[in-house]
Structure formats: C-alpha cells, structure tokens
Design a protein around this ligand. Structure first.
Ligand code: ZN
Length: 826
C-alpha cells in the first residue's frame, strides 16, 4: 500500500473540504462467528472548489460491497492499492461506501482482543497514524477535519464509548453524539463489556473503563485517576483560558495497546497495564499521572489545533510532553515530576541524539505519512519538551502562555504549522526567534556542557556533525560533605562563558553543571567530581542534581568517557540510599537492561549482577515492609539475583516480601529469571500460568518460555517469527524473553536469523507494532563484531521496511557504543 505523500495531501486539501462524516459499524460479526471481520458503512459529504476535478478516497477493506458517488454506482473493482478514484466531482458531493473490514491483532486499526480470564471480547479503534481506512472510507490526512456522526451495532451485553457521548437507542444499538471537527486519526470506538467508573467535574462527564476482569483494581485506583483528571482540567482551563471543547471525557484502558496512550478527543485510549493489578511503585503511579496529563494537554494542542502535516508532529508531542511535566509538578502530589523527566524521558532522548537516526525537533521532511512514524521518538518528545523549557527561559513564561493561548484561539478546530506557532511566540514576546529556532528546532545534536570551578568557565561544545549556536540557560551547583555550597546561574550565548560567581564560590567536592536540568545537554563531569561520585553521590541533598549526575554517568559510558565499572560501583553504594523512586526504578532499569549485559566483558557480568542484587537486597531490608521502596528493592532483586535459594521459594509463593504474596506480576519476574538460568522447565512455567490464566499471565508464560536455554529457543523463535496468529503483545513477550539468560552459545546462532526472519514479518505485522518487535528482538545480547557486521550488511541492502530499518539503525548504534566501550576499558 503506498503511503500518502505530503504533496498528495496538499493537493487534496486545496481541492476539497469535508463537511460531514457518517460512520456506521457493525461489530456483531454478521453470520460469521470467527470474529475476524466487521461491517462498515460510511457516508461522506464534501465540497470541491473545481467542479469536474478528480480526487481519491482512502479505503483498505477485506471486501468492498458498494460504492456510490452522487447517486451513481462505481465499480468496486476500481479500488486499487487502498485508493478509489472519485472523478467528475460536483461542487457538493456525497459518497457512500459499504464494506467489510478486518479486525487487527497488531494494535493498529480496529483491534479485537479476547480476555482469557473470562472469555470476553473487546474492540478498540487506534487509527493513528494512517489506519483510519482500515475502519471506514475517508480522506485520511490531518488537515481534512470534519464532524463525525458514529453509530454502532454491538453484542447486547457490550458498552460502547467513543468521541461523542454514547447513547443506547435499542438493545445492541448505539448512537454517538455528533462531534466537533476531528482529524481522521482521532476517531475511535471502544466496545466491550467494560467495567466502568463514572464521575463529573466542572460540567464535564467523566468515565474510566477497563476490561471486566480488571474491575477490582480499576475501582480501587479510579479515584486517583479522576483526581488527576479534575486537577488537570482546572489547570489547563486557567492556563489557556479556553474551555475543554469535546463534551464528555472518557479514559479507556484497552488490551494490547502499542503506545502508552492516544489522545482521541473525548475518548483517550491507554495501555491497560496502567491499571495495576499487583503492587505499584510510586514511580509507576507518577508515570500514569503524567500520561493522563499528557493526553489532556493534547485536547487543546493536537486535537483542537492539529499540525497541518506530520512534519510538525513535534507541535503536538513536545508541547504535550512539556505540559504533562508542568501539570504533574504544579497540580498533583507528584512535585518531583521534573526529576522523573530527567531519568525517564531525557535519558531516552539523549540516547536518540547519539544514533545516526537523530533529527531536528522540527522541519523534518516527512515526505509521506509512514515516514513520519519514524519521528515519534525521544527527539520529538523529550528534546522538544526541553527545548520549550529553554524557549520559556528565553522569552518568559507570561509571553509563552499568552502566545499559546492566542495560537489555540486563532486556529481552533483547524490546523497549524511551525511558522504559525513561532509567529504567535514572537508577537507575544516581542522577540525575534529566527536564530533561536534555527539552532534549537531546526538543527539536530546535543551540546556537551562542562564547568571548571577553578577558572569559573562554563563551556559548551556542539557536536561536529551538527554545528549550531544554541544559547543555554542553566545553573551550576556545588556540593561538599552532603551540603549544597553554591548554586549559580549561567547563560551561554557563545561556546563559553566566564561566571565570576562560580570562581568566587567556596570550592566544592562535586560540581554539577545543569543541576536543575533546565537545558538539553550532555553533562561532562570534571575529573575530580567523577572521582568523588561513587562515594559522594548519595550525599547530594537535591534529587534533581542526583538525577543529572546519573544521566551524566550513563551518557558518559555510552560516549566512551566513563568506565562502566564506575557506574556499577556507584550503583552499589548510592542506589540503596536513593529516596527518589523514579531514580531508583529507572537507573536500575538502565543497569540491568543495558550497561551490565552490554558494556561489561562477559566474565565480569555475573559479578556486576551480584553488586546490583546486593544493593537491591539492602534496599529491601532497609525499607518498611510493604512500602513501594521495598517493592522496588524486591523487583530488582528478582531480576538480578542468581541465587536459587532466594528465587525458588518466591516462585513457589513462599517467603515472599510483604505485599507481594499474591502478586502475579512479581512472580513472573522471578520465574523469568529462573528460566533464563535454566532453573525451571516448561512444565513449571505452565503450572504458574494456570495460576494466572489472564492476558498478563499468558504473556508471562511466553516470556519465560522464550528465556529458557537450549532447545526451547527454536520453539520461541518459530513462535516469534512464523506464527501469524500472534498478537502484538505476544510478539513483544517472546522477543523480550528470547535474549535473556546466559546461553550465549545457543543465542549466537540466532543472530543471522534475526536479519532474515524479522524483516519478513512486515508481510503481516503493521509498521508501528513491528518497529517495537524489531527493537526487542535485536541481538544486542551478542556484543560481538559479527553482530555489528550483520547489521551493517542488512542496512546496506534494501530488504528492510522503514520501521525495521529504523529499529536496526538504533540498535546497531547502541551495540557499537558497547563494543567501543569494551575496546576502551577492557
Ligand atoms: Zn502525545
């Protein structure tokens, strides 16, 4: 299927205006009961400003039954490559399409999932980025917005939720309120026997929904989510001065969802792992809170005003990312939200800047819609948000908010571009932003910031590949013996600045540039600070500065500046004393997920795991039983320990830490680790699954079976790369377990198979889902030149789809960082 090109979109938007969309879906399965297909009937009214002209409709059905344009039947055989030509248009047109569509299993389109806990079926629409034509006929581009009238026929015991308030008009028949103008990719219908919690705030009806088998945790956790929703509505109403415009506000936690969430106006979909069925760490509740606030920010930025074309998706994502952190900090209990942003988001973005796929925040080409999918990454989210924070430092918060508010009013229910946005910022601030936006938005790259206290000089080094003159506003803090001894502000408008206050401040043992994490930069710690870090990090009284130091250490390892052993050593000493849970969780994740298995020589890996396990045991022992700190300690111990005497009883549900006695997710962590070491077998794993025969339990089983060494790998690989019935989540579970464990001998044999088998999956797995699978399944566990050579060979050929290519480029770049580090530090 060809992807819509930017020039086709421009041409079509210049020719037609869509005035209304009527969509009728039949989810009852008709006379088929295999639930593979659904009925779709669409009527589109649109005007054409050049009568007689020709355009095309987007449509990707299983079968096209009829096609009527302005009263004349068109031949269904005219459908080619997902398009139907509409010729000889009138000034006012009506096209009606009746088709049978296919449900998806990869989270793209109208996805259907079965919950093994009770056999119930669920359906949700995820039409981002260009899946709308797999659900209804449309002109699928972000600037052809139209009001929608959606009706649905569903099994009688189902509830239907969508963009407009849903009303049941007869058993199994639902009418959704006509919407405000929506872009095609925002349209959704979520249908199934949902468990629901309803409320209201400030005149806005609220609903929270999840699978029926999640009713208990949903009801237990709904109030916290509603509280965040209410606080965020109040905050945005005050900030933007514009009321939420889309009627009811539903948040639906749906099964097998690829992303974190999707901002469908009035009906946001979330991954349902956000409804925590077991114990939840504070960090996880913070992440969910942040995601709720993020999607709500989109109601204004993204939904009310949408980017004209995908090249400006940063307008949506950078803004929502920035606003979510700001709202989390200003309007909820999670006042440590910026610390979380450093370790959870900016470290992700810094990694994205180090790979060859890095790109400017804005102004990318995005020549077609699928190409834009590549830009949903750490640059568009984390760097974009950091850039907006620098913009605020540059022009002031008052001007920023005034500019945003004016932009939203001017383009309400329409579209905007980078130039529109900057114009409002310039008018509101009276500042010319030409140079600023060129350096920050239109040039890729990450500056290195360093501070020398002796001379008082703060330096900025731009990457050679992306020279730019980025101005930075930041601070530098110094710490000695557990106390902050100075904090000075610095503004860099050139490559270096002399900061007298830095030179004149009392000498500090640890000097932390960008201590408040105001800017976007790699921090290079000076040699004496680096030496003091393992012993001194835990004594820093400021969690934000500690997070910046952790980011500097991880960046330093990836860039070959810091020996990974320094980070392991620091972890052993500082981590058990850390009191910020985002830092605890994310830093442990980076060590276990990347630094230990990739950067250390194989013979040192077990020792490093033991350091991590020891730190985790210390945290668990020192924390109040049942507390979320104890939970984090227990989870890291379950992942890192090689001690069968600790793990086996836990897998058998005995001697578990307080609060985890009935926690199936925790049990799967333990079983997966045991499986990787070959300490349990397939029968044992099946027995654990029978105790937890749910969606999560079945995924846990797949991950653990994939982690088993030896013969089991062949089964797992076959299931991953050749079983076309597998859902997106099942593929992720298999890929996530496959490279676990230490059976490198067997794993090595699968390196060439990755490059042969995973790209071929593009025949049946959608790009968004496959990109994730390709990243998880990449052989980064086999840190050997032969793996890099195999990557290079695959990248030199033309057998990779854009999504798989992107995953390989990034994973290959990370592999090379590890190889370089091993060569440098042994
Ligand atoms: Zn978003």
């Amino acid at each position: 299927m060809p992807s819509l090109t930017r020039s086709e979109a421009t041409e079509r938007a210049a020719l037609i205006t869509v005035t209304s969309m009527e969509v009728d879906l039949d989810l009852t399965g008709g006379d088929r009961d295999d639930h593979e297909e659904f009925g779709s009937r669409t009527t589109i009214r649109f005007t054409c400003n050049q009568p007689g002209a020709t355009t095309f409709l987007d449509l990707r059905p299983a079968a096209l039954e009829s096609l009527v344009l302005n009263g004349s039947e068109l031949d269904p055989a005219s459908l080619r490559d997902g398009r139907v030509e509409l010729a000889d248009l009138a000034a006012e047109n009506e096209v009606t399409v009746v088709a049978t569509m296919r449900y998806s299993r990869d989270g793209q389109g109208l996805h259907r999932a079965v919950d093994p806990a009770d056999g119930q079926h669920y359906v949700y629409g995820h039409l981002f980025l260009d899946a709308a034509p797999t659900v209804f006929a449309c002109f699928d581009q972000p600037d052809l917005k139209a009001p929608y009238a959606v009706t649905v026929t569903a099994p009688e015991h189902w509830t239907v939720v969508g963009n407009g308030a849903a009303m049941s008009t007869a058993p199994g028949r639902w009418e959704l309120a006509h919407t405000r103008p929506l872009a095609t990719y925002f349209v959704t219908v979520c249908a199934g026997p949902w468990a629901s919690v309803r409320s209201e705030h400030d005149g806005i009806p609220l609903g929270i929904h999840a699978r029926a088998s999640l009713r208990e945790p949903l009801e237990r956790q709904a109030e916290q989510m509603l509280e965040v929703t209410r606080a965020s509505f109040d905050y945005y109403h005050r900030l933007f001065g514009i009321r939420y415009p889309f009627g009811e506000y539903h948040q639906v936690f749906v099964p097998e969802f690829n992303a974190g969430a999707m901002e469908n106006p009035g009906c946001v979909t979330f991954r349902d792992t956000y409804v925590f069925r077991g114990a939840a760490a504070r960090d996880e509740v913070l992440t969910r809170t942040n995601t709720i606030a993020h999607e709500m920010a989109h109601m204004w930025f993204g939904d009310l005003v949408t980017m004209r074309w995908w090249d400006d998706l940063w307008l949506n994502e950078s803004f929502a990312e920035y606003m979510a952190h700001r709202t989390t900090v200003d309007a909820t209990e999670f006042t440590e939200g910026w610390v979380d942003s450093t370790v959870a988001r900016k470290m992700w973005g810094y990694a994205a800047e180090r790979t060859p796929s890095t790109h400017p925040v804005a102004g990318g080409a995005a020549l077609d819609a699928q190409a834009a999918l590549q830009d949903f990454d750490g640059i568009s989210y984390a760097k974009g948000a950091a850039t907006l924070r620098q913009l605020i430092a540059h022009i002031g918060d008052h001007a920023f908010i005034a500019g945003v508010s004016a932009y939203l009013r001017e383009h309400a229910y329409g579209n905007g571009t980078l130039a529109d946005f900057l114009g409002f910022m310039e008018r509101a601030s009276g500042t010319d932003l030409g140079e600023w936006s060129k350096a920050w938005l239109l040039t890729a790259g990450l500056d290195v910031i360093a501070a020398d206290q002796e001379s008082g000089v703060v330096t900025r080094e731009a990457p050679a590949a992306f020279p730019a003159d980025r101005p930075h506003t930041l601070d530098v803090a110094g710490f000695t013996a557990g106390a902050e001894v100075f904090r000075v502000e610095a503004t860099l408008t050139g490559p270096s600045a002399e900061v007298a206050a830095l030179r004149e401040a009392p000498r500090a043992e640890l000097v932390v540039p960008n201590a408040s994490d105001l800017t976007w930069a790699t921090v290079a710690l000076d040699p004496s600070t680096l030496q003091a870090v393992p012993q001194g990090l835990a004594t820093l009284p400021d969690p934000q500065a500690r997070a910046v130091v952790w980011a500097a250490l991880v960046d330093g390892v990836c860039l070959g500046r810091v020996d990974p052993r320094v980070v392991v050593d620091t972890f052993g000493r500082a981590w058990p004393q850390e009191d910020n849970e985002s830092v605890l969780n994310r830093v442990a994740g980076v060590l276990l997920g990347r630094l230990v298995p990739s950067f250390l020589p194989a013979e040192e890996e077990a020792g490093a795991r033991a350091v991590v396990a020891q730190a985790a045991a210390e945290l668990l022992d020192a924390s109040e039983p049942g507390s979320t700190r104890a939970l984090l300690g227990a989870r890291v111990l379950a992942r890192s320990s090689a001690d069968e005497a600790t793990l086996r009883p836990w897998a058998e549900r005995s001697g578990l830490p307080a609060g985890l006695e009935r926690d199936s997710d925790f049990r799967w962590l333990v079983v997966r680790n045991l499986a990787g070491h070959g300490l349990v077998d397939r029968d044992f794993i099946e027995r654990v699954r029978r105790d937890d025969d749910t969606l999560s339990g079945r995924l846990g089983e797949l991950t653990a079976r994939a982690a088993l060494p030896g013969e089991a790998k062949s089964w797992a690989w076959e299931q991953l790369t050749a079983n076309r019935e597998r859902s997106n989540y099942e593929l992720n579970a298999l890929a996530g377990g496959f490279w676990a464990g230490d059976d490198l001998e067997t794993l090595r044999g699968f390196v060439p198979r990755y490059f042969a088998d995973v790209p071929a999956m593009a025949q049946w797995v959608g790009a968004d889902a496959l990109g994730r699978v390709a990243t998880l399944a990449y052989p980064s566990r086999v840190v050997e030149p032969a793996t890099a050579d195999a990557s290079a060979e695959a990248l030199a050929g033309d057998g990779l789809t854009p999504a798989v290519r992107r995953s390989v480029v990034d994973a290959d770049s990370e592999l090379r960082e590890a190889l370089r580090s091993r060569a440098l530090f042994g």
